[in-house]
Design a protein around this ligand. Structure first.
Ligand SMILES: Nc1ncnc2c1ncn2[C@@H]1O[C@H](COP(=O)(O)OP(=O)(O)O)[C@@H](O)[C@H]1O
Ligand SMILES: [Mg+2]
Length: 241
């Protein structure tokens, strides 16, 4: 459980001329859950989008296994085995739940077309709640159901690294518990998880390791237990990180 799967060093990311991630380091151990914490605007989404190749880093390295991801195109990174569950879920509202899941599997080397029925089995085993909703347009689902769908869609690719951006956002506490129980189950099955959250309390309850971002720099990093008991995390709880 201790080999690093992802090693980020000195990562810099800008939006246009404005640098918002100022040379951060981040390690994600294989089989572990790593939480990327920080208040709104700290740079969590920007960091994740750079890891996924949606934004081109202006500096630093992103080592994933034996590959360098910095400068690599997004579709290649997806094929390398990194999947993102984006902030705000981003499901295809007019497509059915089943077709949303199938879209997730499209591009897998073993899938012949996006209608390849290969396997809705894994996401449905994790989220049996989706089974009776398979033919429903995704736009009609509740926020929690859409979060399950977005996670199921990402899992269709059987990623080596599952990256989630604010999976708890906007959800009722009971639903957040359900989503986090599923994340714990995935970790139990060996999936490596990187999770960005403003909700430090819920993320630290699950995470093995954590990194706290403050305005695009690392304010603290260590085991989740160390951060939970440290003074800096209070800033995030209070929304001032
Ligand atoms: N598309 C964008 N264009 C310009 N600035 C952006 C864009 N997206 C985010 N930012 C800015 O980058 C900083 C970090 O934002 P973000 O990565 O979304 O933080 P977080 O996900 O931690 O809330 C913020 O100051 C935000 O205003
Ligand atoms: Mg964000």
């Amino acid at each position: 459980m201790s080999d690093p799967l992802l090693t980020v060093r000195g990562l810099r990311v800008a939006h246009g001329p404005v640098e918002v991630v100022h040379g951060i380091d981040l390690d994600v151990r294989a089989g572990a859950v790593t939480a990327l914490l920080g208040a709104n605007g700290a740079g969590k989404t920007t960091t994740l989008r750079a890891l996924l190749g949606h934004l081109r880093p202006s500096g630093g390295s992103i080592r994933f296994g034996t590959r360098e991801l910095a400068g690599r195109r997004a579709h290649r990174i997806a094929r390398d085995g990194v999947a993102l569950v984006p902030e705000g879920r981003r499901v295809f509202a007019s497509l059915t739940v089943a077709d949303n899941l199938r879209m997730g599997g499209y591009g897998r080397t073993s899938a012949r077309s996006w209608r390849d029925p290969a396997s809705l089995a894994q996401p449905l085993a994790l989220f049996p709640e989706l089974e009776p909703l398979l033919e429903r347009p995704a736009g009609l689902l509740s926020g929690g159901e859409q979060q399950m769908l977005a996670m199921g869609r990402a899992l269709m690719r059987r990623p080596q690294l599952l990256v989630l951006d604010e999976p708890s956002m906007g959800l009722a506490p009971k639903v957040v518990q359900r989503i986090y129980a599923a994340l714990a189950e995935l970790r139990g099955g060996g999936t490596t998880i990187l999770l960005a959250e403003q909700n430090a309390r819920v993320a630290l309850a699950l995470a093995d390791d954590a990194v706290l971002l403050r305005t695009g720099t690392v304010a603290a990093a260590g085991s989740a237990a160390e951060l939970r008991d440290g003074p800096l995390i209070q800033e995030v709880y209070l929304g001032r990180g």
